[in-house]
Design a protein around this ligand. Structure first.
Ligand SMILES: *Cc1c(COP(=O)(O)O)cnc(C)c1O
Length: 223
């Protein structure tokens, strides 16, 4: 087996273990492999290994890879901070946007022609620059998304804060998700859990993991 196949199998095994420990079925959990800074050739290798969901966080890079690999039928998840002026372009190739975090972006994503899956990103840190709506503003933003044509709200997305244990932060996400589901019963998904904290995320109900380096190995550039 290649090193990539090895790492993928190992992470898949850990996901199955965590799901079992949480009394959940691994089939309820979608693993998105985050390939930012990685070449398209690595994405193609992942596809050959059976990966179907790919995550990217920079528009130009994502657009180029999605175009180059269009024949592979992958699902592209945009997980990075998104500029309003790039929103329509991202809509064109992405299957889901995980980083909807402000009213101007919701407006920019409005469409009468097609529908895209989206997640409202919640800021779990004390730092407003980290992206995501503050928990206080969540209900209003959810209401706006629900009333905007062209967007299908799947649920919430969050990144665990640095320097504090991930599990309580994911527990807060779980509670916010329960609150949102009272007005939006279909928005039951939770996009949370990365290379170092996906186990904790699964224990708190994650349905969409966004895993990069644990599967891809180190990123070539920054990141
Ligand atoms: C890069 C990134 C990930 C994956 O991070 P790893 O630590 O490599 O697993 C997940 N979510 C977002 C939003 C990212 O930017």
């Amino acid at each position: 087996m290649s090193a990539l196949a090895d790492r993928l199998a190992s992470v898949q095994g850990s996901i199955a273990d965590a799901a079992r420990d949480a009394g959940r079925h691994p089939n309820e959990i979608t693993t998105i492999v985050v390939t930012k800074f990685q070449p398209a050739s690595l994405v193609a290798e992942l596809a050959a290994l059976g990966v179907q969901d790919i995550g990217e966080n920079r528009h130009q890079e994502a657009q180029a890879k999605a175009a180059e690999l269009a024949s592979l039928g992958l699902r592209w998840h945009f997980v990075g901070q998104l500029q309003t002026k790039k929103a329509r372009q991202v809509r064109a190739y992405a299957n889901a946007i995980h980083s909807v975090d402000r009213p101007a972006l919701v407006e920019a994503l409005r469409s009468d022609e097609s529908t895209i899956d989206c997640f409202v990103q919640v800021n779990l840190t004390e730092d407003p620059a980290r992206g995501g709506v503050e928990p206080d503003g969540l209900d209003d933003l959810v209401e706006l998304v629900l009333g905007t044509p062209g967007l299908r709200l799947r649920g919430l997305m969050g990144v665990a804060p640095l320097g504090e244990p991930a599990r309580p932060a994911f527990g807060r996400m779980r509670l916010l998700s329960e609150r949102v589901r009272r007005t939006a019963p279909d928005a039951a998904s939770l996009s949370m859990g990365m290379s170092h904290d996906f186990r904790e995320a699964i224990l708190e109900g994650a349905t969409h993991l966004r895993i990069g380096t644990a599967i891809t190995g180190n990123r070539p550039d920054a990141g």
